[in-house]
Write a protein that binds this ligand. Sequence first.
Ligand SMILES: [Zn+2]
Ligand SMILES: [Zn+2]
Length: 318
Amino acid sequence: MIKMPIPCRRCGSADAEVYIPYARLSLCPECFRDFYVKRIKRTVEEFRMFRTDDRVGVAVSGGKDSTALLHGLKEAFPNMEFVALHVDLGIEGYSEECREKVEKLTEVLDVELEVYDLKEELGFTIDDFKRTIYRRKICSACGTVKRHIFEVLAGRVGVKVLATGHNLDDIVGVMLNNFFSGNWSQLVRLRPVLEPVEPNQTLKVKPLITTPEDENLLYCLYSDLPFREENCPHAHKERISRNREILEFLSKRNPNFRHQMLRNFLKLIPILEEAIEKPKYRRCRICGYPSSSDVCAFCRRVELVRKAKGMNIKTEKA
Ligand SMILES: [Zn+2]
Ligand SMILES: [Zn+2]
């Protein structure tokens, strides 16, 4: 059977290759890219993520989401200045490729790149957490380390806004998790714009919060962008995919499900915020960053990994 090509719903002149179920749109690659970039622009404007005269830091990992984010932001705001921030985690058989792709991408886009090399600057890698109590929760330790280091990088290059590549599926998945476990304080952190705890820290924004994950991949492919294809060896597939299966199942029944979930949760967040007790912050005794305890989560993990490696414990003030 020969399948007849359907014309693109937007331009009508090219063959449609992409079907967007929640919008019931069949698009050609060019019109899809346009659709994708316009949504980023709309999302940034709707949630007032930054002003066009801001210099914005973009956390890039070399993966499809942050690669599509940096390119999409440049397309949506061609006159703005973006700075790419990358953490080289030193994960064997993985981090090297990530860094290479990021270097290639920023070169093609002519965007300034600032890299933090964990091994060079702190003397350990994420793999070293295998020797600590985090060996089964490496992703959690890695997340804490990355969050802290992106603040350090933002400070180095002097940006006040930090954009991350969290996509719709990530956010709705985590929202569901936190909802099921009643973790309200984490749920409120999933806002599109997260105010800094202290004025010298960054405003965190998620321009892809309304973009489904598979569209990031398509955008990278159609824009011919360099991105890593390997998955992190520490990522636990099973746990992620169970939640994804639920989401996929519900989205098949109702293509708008994820978007509706997001909108409803976003309405709930201000109400939750009023109701929950705000954490009190002080300064970490070691690094000086805001922390809810005497020593922050980052410094505690650094201490652990250094002890496990038999290194001298020494952390400089930020
Ligand atoms: Zn078209
Ligand atoms: Zn600290």
